[in-house]
Write a protein that binds this ligand. Structure first.
Ligand SMILES: [Zn+2]
Length: 252
C-alpha cells in the first residue's frame, strides 16, 4: 500500500493561477479523501481522477475552500450511484457556517423538492473521524474567529493545517514523527495566515525540515520560499507519505 498527498491547488485566495488550496490523500494511487473544495477544485479533481470525490473534509468555510460545494450538490444529486453517499466530514462547529454559507440558499434546485444535505452524508466530528478503518485527527487552527477553522492529520503520514497562523501547540503532538506537515505559508504573514518569519520564530529546526509549504501568494513567492531552503508544494505535485500508524489506543 502506498500513500501520497496530491496537491490540486496551492494558492492563497487571490492567487488564481495556483488554484484554490486543496489536496487529495491517495492510497495505492486511488483518491481516498479530498481536503477542501474551492471554486476550481472539482475541475482539477475530475481532470486527475475522472470521477467525483466520495469523501471530503472541509477545513473552514471561506469561499476558496467551499465554493465548489454548490456545484457538487448538483452533480451528486443527479447521479443515482452517488446521491446521499458522498461523505462530507466537518468539525461540528462548522455545521452552522456550512448551513448559512452553502446549504441554505433558497431553492437548491429551481424546481424545489430537495434539501441540500440529502445529496450528501454529513459526518460532523470533533476530535477526529474514522474512514476506511483509519483514524484521522482533527484539530483547531488559528484563522479568524476561534472555532471556525480545523486542520486534519493522518497520524504517521501527514498533517494538513488548512489556513492558519502558526500552531506550535498543536504540532507538538507530532514531534519526532514521520508526518509531512502541509502548512499555510506566504512570504509575509498577516493576521489570518502564516509568513516565513513566523515559521522561523515559532518552530524548531527538526519540525521545519518536515514542512511542505502551501497557500502562498504567487509562483514567484513559492520559489522564493523554496530558495530559503523550504520544501514547497506545487499544484499537481504528489508528495510521498510514510504509512499511517495503526489506529492506536488513543484514537477513536
Ligand atoms: Zn481562510
Amino acid at each position: 500500500m502506498t500513500w501520497h498527498l496530491h496537491f490540486l491547488g496551492t494558492g492563497a485566495a487571490h492567487a488564481v493561477e495556483l488554484g484554490s488550496s486543496s489536496a487529495v490523500l491517495e492510497r495505492s494511487g486511488k483518491p481516498m479523501l479530498l481536503i477542501d473544495c474551492g471554486p476550481d477544485t472539482l475541475d482539477r479533481y475530475y481532470a486527475a481522477y475522472g470521477e467525483l470525490p466520495r469523501n471530503i473534509y472541509i477545513t473552514h468555510t471561506h469561499m476558496d475552500h467551499v465554493g465548489g460545494l454548490e456545484r457538487l450538490f448538483t452533480r451528486v444529486w443527479f447521479d443515482e450511484a452517488l446521491r446521499g453517499k458522498t461523505r462530507v466530514f466537518a468539525h461540528a462547529a462548522l455545521v452552522p457556517w456550512l448551513q448559512t454559507r452553502v446549504a441554505d440558499y433558497p431553492g437548491v434546485l429551481a424546481e424545489g423538492g430537495v434539501n441540500y444535505w440529502e445529496a450528501f452524508r454529513l459526518v460532523p466530528c470533533s476530535r477526529g473521524f474514522w474512514l476506511d478503518g483509519w483514524w484521522f485527527d482533527v484539530f483547531a487552527t488559528r484563522h479568524h474567529r476561534p472555532g471556525t477553522s480545523f486542520g486534519v492529520a493522518l497520524p504517521g503520514s501527514f498533517v494538513f493545517t488548512g489556513d492558519t497562523r502558526p500552531i506550535p501547540e498543536v504540532l507538538a503532538q507530532y514531534e519526532g514523527g514521520q508526518e509531512w506537515i502541509a502548512h499555510d505559508c506566504g512570504l509575509v504573514g498577516n493576521p489570518s495566515h502564516t509568513g516565513i518569519d513566523d515559521i522561523e520564530r515559532e518552530y524548531e529546526e527538526g519540525l521545519r525540515a518536515r514542512l511542505v509549504l502551501y497557500h502562498y501568494g504567487s509562483k514567484a513567492d513559492g520559489e522564493a520560499l523554496a530558495a530559503r531552503g523550504y520544501r514547497i508544494a506545487r499544484a499537481g505535485e504528489r508528495v510521498a507519505l510514510a504509512a499511517p500508524l495503526p489506529p492506536g489506543a488513543n484514537a477513536g
